[in-house]
Design a protein around this ligand. Structure first.
Ligand code: CUA
Length: 322
């Protein structure tokens, strides 16, 4: 028995050690997620106490010689281990947890970021006070130590916005705006994920969250507010000739678009296709020709008519948009 328990502990420890701390409720980088981790541990302790009581009861029932437990004794055991102890533990947990359910005082946010869930990507718009909004997609940067209000909506179907290391989940519902106010304490790169089934590529709808020191964040946002500085002429011609600008906005090149992700600073993002592929030239070129191979059900049409050289030229042009 002891051998079995140690084997289970070793396997469990190995599995936990293998967890990616960049997307984990147990590795918080904000106060709300720290509360969630704390509550998880407290409830785990409660669950272990109750499960332990039930296990003891079963052990007693199985091992006791036949006839050794009379009706009264049996009822007493059931009453204590099955009734009194779980009730006390659950009431204790309830009393401890209730204060966490109180609504928090709404403090004015230092920054508002609108995020819309789309099939299957994230539309992001920063609204810095007193400055025009900055459009982006599939990557969210936030300043540490400042209050950030996410205004969440859905462009098509219901999605759910979830950054496990920062806060709980929040639904993104078409036609309605839900608010999620957060504050990151630790700089770093974290992962978020859609947490509501939204179609074929639901599981392929992720994003990076980069928490930066406030000064670095302000400099980054000022850079993102500038129009694009496109290079590479062959790629620019292909972008225009294939009508890419009909769905994708590039500030300074095309009008903003409400259809596909904004590409003004596409090359500065670290991943492609909503957190799914590393941002490499080969991946961008392959995605343009056959986006459905990476994302089944994607709304972007395929461009199989592009030659290898043309797809690479387009990828270079887009990656040049820093
Ligand atoms: Cu979007 Cu699931």
């Amino acid at each position: 028995m002891r051998g079995k328990i140690s084997a289970i502990s070793i396997v469990t420890a190995g599995l936990l050690a293998g967890c990616n701390t960049h997307q984990s409720t147990l590795a918080p980088f904000g106060a709300d997620a720290a509360d969630i981790r704390h509550l998880f541990i407290i409830m785990l302790v409660g669950a272990v106490v109750i499960a332990g009581g039930v296990a003891l009861l079963m052990r007693h029932a199985v091992r006791a010689p036949e006839g050794s437990i009379d009706h009264r004794k049996g009822m007493r055991i059931v009453l204590w281990l099955g009734g009194i102890i779980p009730t006390v533990v659950l009431l204790g947990l309830l009393a401890y947890l209730l204060p966490y359910m109180r609504p928090r005082p709404a403090s004015p946010a230092d920054l508002t970021i609108a995020v819309d869930g789309e099939q299957f990507w994230w539309r992001v718009a920063y609204a810095p006070p007193g400055r025009p909004p900055v459009l982006s997609a599939n990557e969210i940067r936030i300043p540490t130590g400042r209050t950030v209000a996410f205004r969440l909506s859905g462009g098509d179907v219901v999605h759910s916005f979830w950054i496990p290391g920062l806060a709980g989940k929040m639904d993104m519902i078409p036609g309605r705006i839900n608010s999620l106010v957060v504050r990151a304490d630790k700089p770093g790169r974290y992962r978020g994920q859609c947490a509501e089934f939204c179609g074929l590529s639901h599981a392929l709808m992720a994003f990076d969250v980069i928490a930066m020191p406030p000064a670095a964040f302000d400099a980054w946002l000022a850079e993102q507010a500038r129009p694009a500085r496109p290079g590479d002429d062959a790629g620019a011609r292909l972008f225009a000739a294939n009508g890419c600008g009909g769905c994708h906005g590039i500030a300074g090149v095309t009008a903003p678009s409400r259809i596909g992700p904004d590409l003004t600073h596409f090359g500065s993002r670290r991943t492609l296709a909503a957190g799914i592929l590393p941002m490499t030239e080969a991946n961008v070129a392959a995605f343009i020709r056959h986006p459905e191979k990476t994302k089944p059900g994607v709304r972007m049409p395929s461009f199989p008519q592009l030659s290898d050289d043309e797809a690479i030229a387009l990828a270079r042009y887009l990656q040049g948009l820093k």
